[in-house]
Design a protein around this ligand. Structure first.
Ligand SMILES: Cc1ncc(COP(=O)(O)O)c(C=O)c1O
Length: 451
């Protein structure tokens, strides 16, 4: 590689794309045929030539309010000019407290406290650490075991990959945390294929937690962490009654239940949180992405009253939780978060997602019968299309679909293995639903039919 050009003269030529080692991306293929985005507004991205590309996945499941929305942009601009940084260790600034209050009001049950970090991965690790510290603080320090679920995704940090169940994220880095076990995932194509919403089969899989309790003993188990709807491993809506059952078993054995709502939070499933939609209150609930509609990195954990109270002990001047990040509650992220909550409220975007759910599912299921599609799953404003894999080349068909979608059909989609996952901004209109699912996606599928 030649060294990139001098600062100030940078252009997106192939050589100048070399230095950025892109994550979760085949670097050589991307750099040979880049998919560059230079601008965004509302439902669309624009490439370097100004061509509009419909955003079928809210960026990475995060721009729920749509792109470059004025009230959020203005709040970020004002914040950057007013308070560039302030520590939230031993000091504070108003916006972060305001955002915490807003989230506490929005979260179900007595999830009254917000701990902030900067990403979903940090949120997952923060929740696991709070769970361990909670048991220790109340004198049950033997509870150190963490239970995740197969096909779970909790980000890329060592805690998250240990409880996660995405094989590629685990095999490269070892199973770092000791004392972790996993529940079975809830997907069964034979029983559930082409289900709209929650499948009727599979609630009994929650009872596997009883088996793990019998194996390890409840006194060793700190917490169970699941996504209410597994997103990143291919969109797996929870079977009817599954989450309630999991809640009952956790409560019975004094095990904390953590919902990872990094994707499902902020209207994605037609309610503020999946916990609200499914009527199940977890003990800890992670969030990220939609909290700032993707504009400024932020994540966090909502915590139940009793857990917070347990820590509020000891001398007044002593730190209660030895955890936090330099950028915890960064002023710009907090300002973006408050402005984002205003947009969600003022435009009733969560209600909008709920109203559109049937329309969305109808449009998705019109593709049932396409010979390339082996299963369709929908929930809220989310859909997954499992494509038939090209023999001997798993992942190739969906990868090509993503390439063709961007270059030839003005559409940005998310793929995982041979699954296409869609999760548009919640501002999508009915006409845009038809355009996305009735025109663009069918054209993309046609383009990969002969592989
Ligand atoms: C459920 C869940 N948890 C955690 C994460 C990790 O978030 P981040 O990429 O912001 O670290 C994701 C990302 O998609 C997620 O879907």
């Amino acid at each position: 590689m030649n060294k990139p050009v001098k600062p100030g003269n940078w252009e997106a030529t192939p050589n100048n794309l070399e230095s950025f080692w892109m994550g979760f991306t085949p670097n050589r293929a991307f750099k040979a045929r880049p998919r560059m985005i230079s601008r965004a507004k509302d439902m669309h991205y624009y490439d370097m030539q100004g061509r509009a590309i419909m955003d079928g996945s809210a960026g990475l499941w995060c721009t729920n309010a749509g792109h470059c929305r004025e009230p959020i942009v203005e709040a970020i601009q004002e914040s950057a000019a007013e308070l560039d940084f302030a520590p939230t260790f031993q000091y504070g600034h108003p916006k972060v407290f305001e955002l915490a209050s807003r989230l506490a009001t929005m979260a179900p049950g007595d999830l009254n406290y917000a701990f902030f970090c900067n990403s979903g991965s940090e949120a997952a690790d923060s929740a696991l650490k709070i769970a361990l510290a909670y048991h220790r603080a109340r004198g049950e320090g033997t509870r150190t075991r963490l239970i995740g679920r197969e096909r779970g995704y909790h980000g890329v940090n060592f805690g998250g990959i240990s409880v996660g169940g995405m094989v590629a994220n685990r095999k490269w880095f070892g199973a770092m945390l000791a004392g972790v076990d996993h529940l079975p995932h809830t997907y069964n194509r034979k029983e559930q294929a082409f289900t709209r919403g929650e499948p009727t089969w599979g609630a009994h899989l929650a009872e596997d937690l009883e088996r793990l309790v019998a194996l390890h003993d409840a006194s060793t188990i700190a917490a169970v962490i699941v996504e209410p709807m597994a997103g990143s491993t291919g969109v797996l809506p929870p079977p009817k009654g599954y989450l309630k059952k999991l809640r009952e078993i956790c409560t019975k054995h004094g095990i904390l239940l953590i919902f990872d709502e990094v994707i499902t939070g902020f209207g994605r499933l037609g309610a503020a949180f999946a916990a609200e939609r499914f009527g199940v209150v977890p003990d800890l609930m992670t969030f990220a992405k939609g909290v700032t509609s993707g504009t400024v990195p932020m994540g966090g954990v909502m915590v139940r009253q009793g857990i917070y109270d347990t820590f509020m002990n000891g001398p007044d001047h002593a730190i209660e939780l030895f955890h936090g990040y330099t950028y915890t509650g960064h002023p710009m992220a907090a300002a973006a978060g408050v402005a984002t909550m205003d947009v969600y409220r003022d435009e009733k975007l969560f209600e909008r997602a709920a109203k559109l759910e049937e329309r969305w599912a109808d449009a998705c299921f019109k593709l049932q019968g396409n010979p390339l599609i082996e299963d369709i799953r929908t929930l809220g404003l989310v859909a997954a299309f499992d494509l038939k894999a090209v023999e001997g080349k798993p992942g190739l068909r969906a990868y090509k679909a993503m390439e063709n979608a961007f270059h030839d059909h003005g559409l940005l989609i998310r793929i995982t293995a041979d699954t296409i996952a869609l999760s548009p901004p919640l501002i999508i209109t009915e006409n845009q639903i038809d355009e996305l699912l009735g025109e663009r996606l069918p054209a993309v599928l046609k383009s990969v039919a002969s592989l």
